[in-house]
Design a protein around this ligand. Sequence first.
Ligand SMILES: Cc1cc2nc3c(=O)[nH]c(=O)nc-3n(C[C@H](O)[C@H](O)[C@H](O)COP(=O)(O)OP(=O)(O)OC[C@H]3O[C@@H](n4cnc5c(N)ncnc54)[C@H](O)[C@@H]3O)c2cc1C
Length: 486
Amino acid sequence: MKKVIIIGGGIAGLSAGCYAQMNGFDSEIYEMNNISGGLCTAWKRKDYLFDGCLHWLVGTSPANPFYRLWEELGALKGKKFFSYEYFNKIIDEDGRLFTAYVNPYRLREEMLEYSKEDKKLINKIADNMRCLMKIKMPLDFNLLSFFKLLPLIFIFRKYSMGATEFSSLFKNNILRKFIKHTFDWHDMSVAFILWTMALMADGDGQYVLGGALEFARTIESRYKELGGKIFFNKKVKEIIVKNDSAAGILLNDDTEVTGDFVISCADGYTTIFEWLKGNYLNNKIRKYYNELEPFPPLVYVSLGLNSDYSKAPCRLTLLLKKEIDVGGKKINKLECVNKSFDNILAKEGKGILHFIASADYSFWKNLYNNKDKYYETKNKIAEDMITAISEIYPEIRKHIEVIDIATPVTFERYTGNWKGSYEGWLLNKETMSLRLPITLPGLKNFYMAGHWLSPGGGLPSAALTARNAIRVLCHHNKIKFSTTTI
Ligand SMILES: Cc1cc2nc3c(=O)[nH]c(=O)nc-3n(C[C@H](O)[C@H](O)[C@H](O)COP(=O)(O)OP(=O)(O)OC[C@H]3O[C@@H](n4cnc5c(N)ncnc54)[C@H](O)[C@@H]3O)c2cc1C
């Protein structure tokens, strides 16, 4: 059996491992942390398991072709799901509430409550959402699937704009404000949010109870059942290349591991520019890394609460009367994700809230050199956020048992992702149909997978790029690609 070395035990690495085993390769995963999952993770603090990833998963409904991907990986085995009735609830500075229902009919009614004058536009949006609900993104592209996707491409182009531009289409001031904040989700295109809402309305895009780490562990179990081996606390510092052919990896402790093929499922920038020293590039790839914009990194504040918050909104945006400085960047709203409904993360009678804010990478990178200031700034941000949310939950301070604060540096340190990005490249008009190459020019026996290959990132992209990488590997070795155990 030919040996495949996989760098990184995130969702891409675990998935690459599963497909490699399914196709008769002997694979080994090298992961720098002591657990698998990468960004798809959670961390325990006292009684609370703080989930650092999962909000919704594309492919939880059997009607979605991505369900097959998760089935192949055994990822949904024994899982239960939480369906979203709304994408978000927004409370403005005057206490008005807007619920961004995922169901197009209910969303239409909610929008009309605020503005009859925008009826024509509101009806159009609801119609387009209904149309999006019918379109299923295929796992494997061919000419037929391209034609089936034409309506999706049409709608995506139409809504391929930022939240501010989109909201300016509305006449009513209050609705315009709510629309802006519904779709203003970390600089993503409005099209992507509409599509996510349509998926949720169609019974897909659910939350997987148990959260991210449990999800990753389920795929890790599948990988081990298939005979794969995973090595933890093994940090890669170089890819060994002999005669322009990948021959193995060099670990931090200078151990060499040799194999027939190397697949990097870790950070794209580090792989290409550091481990391969920029030796295998063309202008196109160089341009991507010079010009594309990664997802902004996050300040991620988690609260462990000694009280039941399971009935509070699962997603809430509070428009702030006073801006909060999150380090080189001021925010005028507080994004609050409530995971208290998941009893695996928060035991009964307890609550978990997360505040999520886009942050400035350079600010945090510099600040990290001054540890006192770094911790002081983190604590001040958490304090400001707690003060702000106290308007909605006046008793919250009394309930706080744990405060945990992750910054862009935490994400970078823990997962190696470039500039602390949490989903690879940003999805916008330019990157919508862009796919970065699985192989590098001039380098044999080497493949790449993971969210850096598919703008928009996310768990499905991580798994699908890994599936595609193994498919190409099989093709190069004249093996018929299989997605079942052989
Ligand atoms: C707050 C947050 C919310 C999110 N919400 C969602 C969501 O709701 N739905 C969704 O689909 N996606 C979501 N995502 C995105 C999703 O988590 C990522 O896109 C996905 O997990 C990326 O997987 P990956 O395997 O490509 O990369 P990674 O998870 O980054 O995996 C890379 C792996 O390589 C390892 N590695 C790096 N360097 C080395 C080295 N030198 N040696 C050895 N190993 C190394 C890392 O430790 C890591 O395990 C979210 C992410 C975050 C942070």
